[in-house]
Design a protein around this ligand. Sequence first.
Ligand code: ASP
Ligand code: MG
Length: 412
Amino acid sequence: MALIVQKFGGTSVGTVERIAQVAEKVKKFREKGDDIVVVVSAMSGETNRLIDLAKQISDDQPIARELDVMVSTGEQVTIALLAMALIKRGVPAVSYTGSQVRILTDSSHTKARILSIDDSNIRADLKAGRVVVVAGFQGVDEHGNITTLGRGGSDTTGVALAAALKADECQIYTDVDGVYTTDPRVVPKAQRLEKITFEEMLEMASLGSKVLQIRSVEFAGKYNVPLRVLHSFQEGPGTLITLDEEESMEQPIISGIAFNRDEAKLTIRGVPDLPGVAFKILGPISSANIEVDMIVQNVAHDNTTDFTFTVHRNDYQSAQQVLEATARELGAREVVGDVNIAKVSIVGVGMRSHAGVASRMFEALAKENINIQMISTSEIKVSVVIEEKYLELAVRALHTAFELDAPARQGD
Ligand code: ASP
Ligand code: MG
């Protein structure tokens, strides 16, 4: 008998009919004899609706504590509805808010971190044969204030509960049937991955793949909780995310291609080549709370150098202003920027044991005449910045070059 935590996202509980379908599904698992803890999100669109209400009444500046009281109601509705649907089908069930379980968090409202989970209620209910339905996305701080874990936080609740209960698997049910080699909307030949490592998934998630909340993957890796991404209403094995690297070694060198269009590039030209300059450039950027992603500094020429970095597109304007001020202070030549860029990354633990992966990437891009503006690498990924209009071409070319395309079906 296994203990499984199943998390259903907003679209999977988006209507009363769908909640009934989820109940049917949970019932089937229960009939196999497994112990089931279900974590649900709010009905799709509900969290946005609630945040919008809060903004309307507070001139766009809702008090974080009250916002948490408010948005946590979304999940409180779906746990009750699912528990009702289960009980109606003859499956004993009980719902709990985060605070009722006692998912203890710190007090950082709207982005709280889980400190500990009291598993005694849940264990007692499971022992009594009940399915336990827990509200995702929420917890309680030491003073009894309701907290929330950040957008998409129900994934984290699911993984954290699975870790606390030492569950056999944490299943994340969503509107896709697994993790793909890349976005199938861009590459129709993208394939579902049977398996991927936590490390790879983390890179894929940070690099733009939106299947799982990044924090939940970090958490799963840290506590070694086997995670499986599955379609809520279609049968199939989904994608298993584990620590296990051995089997991945037999897989292709590259597991997937991630991309995002959310970044913008800024360059400060002709800065003096002196100790402390990088700090003088990026210090004020980080003081302005702007996150920097890729950074490139060239070798100096005539005692000056160019310094380029990328930021989120939403931060572009403010980063530019900060950088203009720095440029005046440092006597730099000019500041130039570009928002029409995209980042494409190849990800795979297989890179560790294979040489020449980056050059194979560059070759594939060269063949398509795509200019590379920036490059950054880690042990298991290579990212490049290119002009945005070539993004889809680049992703397709790389998908083919790294032999990720699904084999043609007969008759294709
Ligand atoms: N309902 C929350 C959100 O929309 C949490 C979640 O869906 O995971 O962000
Ligand atoms: Mg959601």
